[in-house]
Design a binder for this molecule. Structure first.
Ligand code: NAD
Length: 499
């Protein structure tokens, strides 16, 4: 059995007494590896290493830090196929999609290569008589990231790319369901020239998460995962005096206006609802046609498109999507379809009990389409995170705007229309963090920032871009005066103003 260990400087091999977690191959339904689950003592070892190297790294000039990021980028590109295959074998997403997972993370590394420019401070010459004011952004010390199973390359790179480039040491606690790629990325980071101990991976579950949240030497925690855990992490981390950003679940809506290009919409929706078996926080699992006529026309086009989707093992080059991540997750998705049915939803295409010939034990769920879903249904309120598309019919624009705005999640939303005024109005008024206009999965590029609203994001800083840089650094503000000895005649007992 392949063993997956932590990546901690000076920690060799596995701890035989550690608890283990099984890693599936979702395409075959077999256990392919096991990962050691660490505890607080193991975290202490990683922190001790981080403390040794972080001050010198922070003092390294930003161009030299950037050179490590450049080399890391080159190495990840060189190993991209290997990383994508490893990722796909543990997660179940098809290899092409796994390439995208690596690439979107790499784009944040590219941004982090510009850290000398990004981390530059501000300066005002002559803010008062003989007075200059400047600010600098200094690293926090040691940061930690706790990541979900669904983007095992991209999300770790969102976090450590920015944190480390800015001068911090970083402890990554990846999902225990697919930890191999995060460990491999940390190995490549050392190969790129980073000091050992700067980026370490501790594997584990809730026990390790709690140890991270309580550790007094960790200054900031970035979390991405489901909302209840995000909220828990946020509260516990903040209570321990840390800076915390915690991104949660999602239920993204795609609004289809009567004037939308329906062929384009169906094509976009198929990928956005079913790609990666719907296991994306920016998937589009709810479509909202505006008006009955739009709903009927859309449904007529969606049915053949969904029936034509090919479900396959993750190495099948022709497959549109692969299995879901675990047998428990398959069961959960199928249970949600049953709940929707019991609540009065019309199961137009049923993906339950789907088996793939030759891979009967794989965790496959067939594409599912459910019509006549309404906002009072539990299956609408909660995230299903599977290849399931729900149709919620809206009477008009205001109704369509209200649905995502009132939903508990507010990660992403899209509107499909040819009407610029409607799109502009929608983008301005909708109560959701990321908006696509004729773009089904509006994940912002790396030099903007990523983050949802409401129960999709706790804390006030987004991931990557300038927001990421601000999250992983603290601003120091310096007001300086070099007196000439003559005094300026001001009353030192009155607060200085620029009046
Ligand atoms: P998850 O919440 O089960 O796990 C996320 C992390 O939390 C993992 O590292 C896990 O080990 C840890 N964890 C699990 N249970 C815990 C507990 N009881 N206490 C403390 N820590 C715990 O999420 P997942 O299933 O791995 O990922 C899917 C979820 O992540 C979905 O809800 C998806 O929408 C969300 N997600 C959100 C974003 C975003 O940016 N908003 C991005 C990707 C995924």
């Amino acid at each position: 059995m392949r063993q997956i260990d932590h990546f901690i400087q000076g920690f060799e091999g596995s701890d035989a007494s550690a608890r283990k977690h099984q890693i599936w191959n979702p395409s075959t339904g077999e256990v392919q590896a096991e990962v050691s689950l660490g505890d607080a003592a193991l975290l202490d070892r990683a922190i001790a290493n981080a403390k040794k190297v972080q001050p010198e790294w922070a003092a390294t000039n930003p161009q030299k830090r950037a050179r490590v990021m450049f080399e890391f980028k080159r190495l990840v590109e060189e190993h991209k196929q290997e990383l994508a295959e490893l990722l796909s074998s543990e997660h179940g997403k098809v290899v092409d999609d796994a390439h995208g997972d690596v690439q979107r993370g790499l784009e944040v590394i590219e941004y982090a290569c510009g850290i000398p420019q990004v981390q530059k401070g501000e300066y005002t010459n002559g803010a008062g008589p003989g007075i200059d004011v400047y600010s600098m952004r200094q690293p926090l010390g040691i940061g930690a990231g706790i990541t979900p199973f669904n983007f095992p390359a991209m999300i770790p790179m969102w976090m450590f790319g920015m944190a480390v480039a800015a001068g911090n040491a970083f402890i990554l606690k990846p999902s225990e369901r697919d930890p191999s790629v995060p460990v491999r990325l940390a190995e490549l980071f050392v190969e790129a020239g980073a000091p050992e101990g700067l980026l370490q991976v501790v594997n584990g579950d809730k026990e390790m998460v709690d140890a991270i949240l309580d550790h007094e030497d960790i200054a900031a925690v970035s979390f991405v995962g489901s909302s209840d855990i995000a909220h828990y992490v946020y509260k516990r981390g903040v209570a321990a005096g840390k800076r915390v950003q915690a991104m949660g679940g999602a239920k993204n809506h795609g609004i289809v206006m009567p004037d939308a290009d329906l062929d384009q919409v169906v094509n976009d929706l198929s990928g956005a609802a079913f790609g990666s078996a719907g296991e994306r926080c920016m998937a589009l699992p709810v479509v909202v046609p505006v008006g009955e006529d739009t709903a009927e026309r859309l449904k007529e086009k969606l049915i053949p498109a969904i029936n034509a989707l090919r479900v396959g093992v993750s190495t099948d080059k022709d497959a549109h999507y692969g299995p879901v991540v675990t047998p428990e997750h398959k069961q959960r998705v199928e249970d949600w379809i049953t709940t929707a049915e019991n609540e009065g939803g019309e199961i137009v295409i049923d993906g339950r009990d789907f088996t793939l010939q030759g891979h009967e034990d794989g965790f496959f769920v067939g594409p599912t389409l459910i019509d006549h879903v309404t906002p009072d249904m539990e299956s609408y309120k909660e995230e299903i995170f599977g290849p399931v598309l729900q149709i919620v019919r809206a009477t008009d624009f205001e109704h369509a705007l209200k649905l995502p705005s009132d939903h508990q999640y507010g990660n992403g939303v899209a509107i499909f229309t040819r009407n610029g005024q409607a799109a502009r109005e929608f983008a301005h008024r909708v109560n959701v963090g990321m908006v696509g206009i004729n773009v089904p999965i509006p994940v912002p590029v790396s030099y903007h920032s990523f983050g949802g609203w409401k129960r999709s994001g706790f804390g006030d800083a987004d991931q990557y871009g300038m927001e990421g840089m601000r999250f992983w650094t603290k601003a120091k503000k310096v007001t300086q005066r070099w007196p000439d000895g003559g005094g300026d005649g001001s009353n030192a007992f009155v607060i200085p103003t620029m009046g």
